[in-house]
Write a protein that binds this ligand. Structure first.
Ligand code: AMP
Length: 278
């Protein structure tokens, strides 16, 4: 595996590659969820590029940018073992030289739920992802369904801005007890780790209610809230995965998502479960 740190080197390496290029953008602290994206790219593409960049633009002033887990050596070993050909790992100044005047501002899709709780988050995500697409110029980019609203924002950006890349959605990798793998799970102490699967359990409960014919989303959410403690609810909602505006009533014969965020201590967990209404 080659590791490159500058935009110029990444462009040079890109020019030497032929065949389908698969790309997996990450913020590092890699786990089996990230590696499942690499494995999928490996099976579909001639060459696989991964990036590691903890993007300051997508962290709020009171969020965990400084303490976000960073395990660069372990990550590089894991990516090499998984068959990544090129790792793009730029420093902050390489991605954001001082004086930038432009960013990518998504529309209403990014104003609900995660966008409401984390102002500026999706502008940060869209801006860094478009920059990475422009630097790496992949044919296919792999994103996890774990971050469903992010996946929707990136998919919509690619469509609205005619970005020549195919976005591939990959299923969420979970612990045996249902907890979605996340770099932030490293923050959890034993008691918080024991409570963390309650978010997935609450979302599964909402999915079962709606799949059983319940149409009243507020009622389904109210019942599922009881499954959350000792986690503290941030939100539970049901959305059309392309729109993300919380629904009050579930339409029939629809592919929806039950989405949620909850706090285990100060650690914020997010997750989602697919819902197919009858
Ligand atoms: P991150 O490093 O958290 O920015 O995530 C990088 C990519 O990995 C994103 O596309 C995530 O959606 C994806 N990802 C994170 N956790 C998981 C998981 N548990 N299962 C599948 N994909 C994941």
């Amino acid at each position: 595996m080659r590791t490159v740190a500058t935009v110029a080197d990444m462009r040079r390496v890109r020019r030497s590659l032929s065949g389908t290029l698969g790309f997996i953008p990450t913020m590092g602290a890699l786990h089996a969820g990230h590696l499942s994206l690499v494995e999928r790219a490996r099976t579909e593409c001639a060459t696989v590029v991964a990036s590691i960049f903890v993007n300051p633009l997508q962290f709020g002033p009171n969020e965990d940018f400084e303490r976000y887990p960073r395990t660069p050596d372990r990550d590089a070993q894991a990516l090499a073992r998984a068959g990544v050909d090129v790792l793009f790992a730029p420093q902050r100044a390489e991605m954001y030289p001082p004086g930038a005047q432009f960013s990518v501002v998504p529309g209403s899709l990014a104003t609900y739920l995660e966008g409401d709780r984390r102002p500026g988050f999706f502008t940060g995500v869209a801006t860094v992802v478009l920059k990475l697409f422009n630097i790496v110029t992949p044919d296919v980019a792999y994103f996890g369904q774990k971050d469903a609203q992010q996946l929707a924002v990136v998919t919509r950006m690619v469509r609205d801005l005619d970005v020549p890349v195919r976005v591939a959605a990959c299923p969420t990798v979970r612990e045996p007890d249902g907890l979605a793998l996340s770099s932030r799970n490293a923050y959890l102490d034993d008691a918080q780790r024991a409570a963390a699967p309650h978010l997935h359990a609450a979302l599964v409960q909402i999915a079962h209610a709606l799949e059983g014919g319940q149409r009243d989303v507020c009622a389904a959410v109210a019942q599922a809230e009881a499954a959350l403690p000792p986690l503290k609810m941030d939100y539970l909602a049901v959305v059309d995965p392309a729109v993300f505006e919380p629904l009050r009533t579930a339409p029939g014969k629809a592919a929806l998502l039950a989405v949620g965020a909850a706090f285990a201590g100060s650690t914020r967990l997010i997750d989602n479960v697919e819902v197919q209404t009858p």
